[in-house]
Each structure stands twice: as C-alpha cells, then as structure tokens.
Design a protein around this ligand. Structure first.
Ligand code: PMP
Length: 401
C-alpha cells in the first residue's frame, strides 16, 4: 500500500469529535453516558429558518452559487454584523463558506507563506484548529497564554514578548472556547495597538458573539484603525442552532476576493438552499426571538452548572461570561484523589462515573502554572447537568484518599 503523507500523519484534530466517537461507541453498547463533550446547541433550528430553506429547495435553489455567497445573504450579513459592532460593512467585504471553521485555514493560507517562518499567534488554551492549521500550512504556531487569574484574559507584557518580526497574524477568540472568558476592552485595545504598530492581521473568531451573558459584545474591529486589518469570522452555527447547516462567513474588505478564490478551489460554494435559511436567521424577527430564548436558557444552565461544579470536592469554577462552556480548575480534585492529571481524571469520569467531558490537553499544551482543567459544554438539559454533576460528586467522594 502507498504511504500517506507526513503532513497528514502530523495533522492535529478537534478532540471533541474523537471523544464523541468514544461516547457513541459506549452508548451503542448500552452504557448510559451523560455527555458534556460537544459544543453545539441541543435545540432545534427555529421554524422560520427551516421554512425558508424548504421554500428555497422547492423553488429550485439547487445549483452552485457565486463562491462568495448569494448577494442577498451577504447584504443581510453586512447589515446585522455591522449593527452589532457599530461599524459600516460593505456586502462586497463578506464571503460565505460552509461554516466559520474553514476561514481559519483560508486566513492562514492568505496571510502566511509556507515554510518562510511566518508566525501565527493563537490562544492557549484555545480552539485546537488554530494550532493544527497553522502547522499543516507551513506557518509557525506561537501560543499565548490565557490565564485563569486574569479571568481568562492574557498578560499584555507576556503577549507582547511573543510578537516578533516574523509575526503575520494574531488569532483571538472572544467569547472563548474552552474557557467561556471574554476579552476585556483593555485586552482588545492592547492587541489593536500592537497590530497597528507592527502592521499585522488579526483573525477575530466571533462565533460566540451572541452567546454572551453579561454586558455588550465588543469586537476588535470596532476599534479605530482595526476594521481594515481584522478578519471578522462568525456565522449562524451557534446562535441559531444551525451547526449542521454549515453556513459561516468572514468579513474583510481586502481579503474578500482572496477568500473567494480559496472557496472556489476547495468548496465551490456553501449549500445554496441553506444560504436562504441563513438569510431568514439574520432578518426574521421570529428567528432572533428564538435565538434570544436559547441564550437565556444557556445563561440559566450556566448558573446551575457553576453552582453544582463548585459543590464538588476539589473543583473550582469561574463563571463563564459567554459561550456554553465551563472550565473548572481540578488541580485540587486530582491531588485529593491521587489522580495524576486532568486527562486521567477525564478518563475515570467517563469509565467510572459515566460522564463525558474534555480535558485541557485537548485545547493546547498544558500550562504548568495554570494547573489542571476540564471543559464542560453545558449545551445540554438542566436534568443532565444536575445528574452529571451529581455523578461526579459521588465519584469524588468515593475516591478521596
Ligand atoms: N471557532 C470556534 C472557537 C468554535 O468553537 C467553533 C465550533 N466548535 C468554530 C469556530 C466552528 O464554527 P462552524 O461550525 O461555524 O464551522
């Protein structure tokens, strides 16, 4: 048999999908697992959106579209995303693709050259695809630390030290996966000053911009001088419970034409009828009301899970400000049970307490001074949250040294 490429052998992945496969295997064997693994709303897509897509299918919207997406959708995106950020967006600056995720790749490929030592800075812990795609596309991944002591922001002095003459792109993500942290205005301003001073691109992953529990969403693109160098990446996946519809988009005036060429090369276009669903999501009042209700429900679950996690011996959980992730510190939980680390704890929770979670090593190299963490996605029912945290509590009490 011919070999696969080294590039492929070394390709990183999103472990949420790997653990999910493990959970599904156990479920198929009849095990009753409560899962906090996967980052997607457990709600159905709002009716208004489904009806718009059905209508599109029935009226023959089944061919390719322009690679950048249909103009009506790009107009709706420019209008609604511009309004949220208080900026003017030209529909020509918007490119639609199959999910927001592919823009991580498109951006790295558009702003760095393979093997030239171009550096891409990204948050650690952070969404694992940033590291995987920087590496596989021949750039140099440079992590910057997200710190629990800073309420899941970063230390600007430390951040600045990691910027070099080779830095091309800074990736930020707020509200953040996996910590639920939100970058403060000061953090955004700090990055903006550096990006302007050193003439850098900023990829702002804003996929959770509407799942925010306190205050108003702040985008780095709204800071003076930043819109032109910021790639705003977002989409309808999380806000409208549309993860499987695969509609995401990126906004940047200069890079739009290059992103369009990448879409032509890789996907041709996003799903035609689903683009009509996305128009309904962004323009119909009913869809917005449904999305607001989902966020309200995530907030309620956030309060429950944080309270319950903090009742577990050795667990200490900050309140996530956005997303549907909680990221408790479990250093003490490992100590008092003699469990080696978060990953061993994760495995024991899956096999013994029948609760599936992810561990910090699924989101980058562990930062020793930060201790051990687990990630819980609370996009699941209140009943599951109560049962799952209770099972962990019982596991801990049974295993105390
Ligand atoms: N960015 C982050 C930070 C995410 O957590 C996710 C989904 N897990 C994505 C991007 C991908 O979004 P989409 O489903 O629209 O591709």
């Amino acid at each position: 048999m011919p070999e696969v490429s080294n590039r492929t052998k070394n390709l990183g992945t999103e472990n949420a999908f790997v653990v999910l496969a493990e959970v599904n295997k156990k479920k198929a064997l009849g095990e009753n697992i409560i899962s906090f693994c996967i980052g997607q709303p457990d709600f159905d897509t709002p009716e208004t959106i489904k009806n718009a897509a059905k209508k599109a299918i029935d009226s023959g919207k089944s061919g390719y579209t322009s690679s950048c997406g249909i103009l009506e959708l790009r107009k709706a995106i420019a209008e609604s995303e511009g309004k949220l950020r208080g900026i003017e967006i030209n529909p020509e600056s918007v490119v639609v693709d199959s999910g927001a995720k592919s823009f991580i790749t498109h951006t790295i490929m558009t702003t760095t050259d393979f093997g030239k030592g171009h550096e891409v800075m990204y948050p650690n812990p952070g969404y694992p695809i940033y590291h995987a795609q920087a590496t596989v596309n021949g750039a140099v991944p440079v992590p910057y630390n997200i710190l629990e002591s800073k309420n899941f922001n970063f230390d600007l002095n430390e951040f600045e030290k990691r910027v070099s003459d080779k830095t091309k792109l800074i990736i930020i993500n707020s509200p953040q996966n996996p910590t639920g942290g939100v970058l403060t205005k000061e953090s955004l301003k700090g990055i903006a000053d550096i990006a302007i001073d050193k003439d850098l691109w900023v990829y702002s992953d804003e996929i959770y911009s509407n799942i925010l529990f306190e205050g108003k969403f702040e985008s780095i693109a709204s800071i003076k001088g930043m819109q032109e160098r910021t790639i705003i990446a977002t989409g309808v996946s999380k806000t409208f419970a549309m993860t499987g519809w695969r509609i995401g988009y990126a906004i940047n005036e200069k890079l739009a034409e290059h992103f369009t060429t990448w879409v032509t090369n890789i996907n041709a276009c996003a799903c035609h009828s689903n683009q009509y669903g996305a128009i309904a999501a962004l323009t119909e009042k009913n869809a917005k009301n449904d999305a607001d209700k989902m966020t309200e429900s995530f907030k309620k679950r956030r309060d429950i899970i944080v309270e319950k996690l903090n009742e577990i011996p050795g667990f200490n959980c900050l309140k996530p400000l956005g997303t549907f992730y909680a990221y408790p510190n479990v250093t003490k939980a490992c100590e008092i049970t003699g469990i080696k680390d978060s990953e061993e704890l994760r495995k024991k929770l899956l096999n013994e307490a029948k609760v599936a979670v992810l561990s910090d090593i699924h989101f980058g190299e562990r930062i020793k001074t930060e201790g051990e963490h687990l990630r819980f996605s609370f996009a699941t029912s209140e009943e599951n949250i109560i049962k799952g945290t209770q099972a962990i509590k019982e596991f801990m009490e049974k295993n105390l040294k």
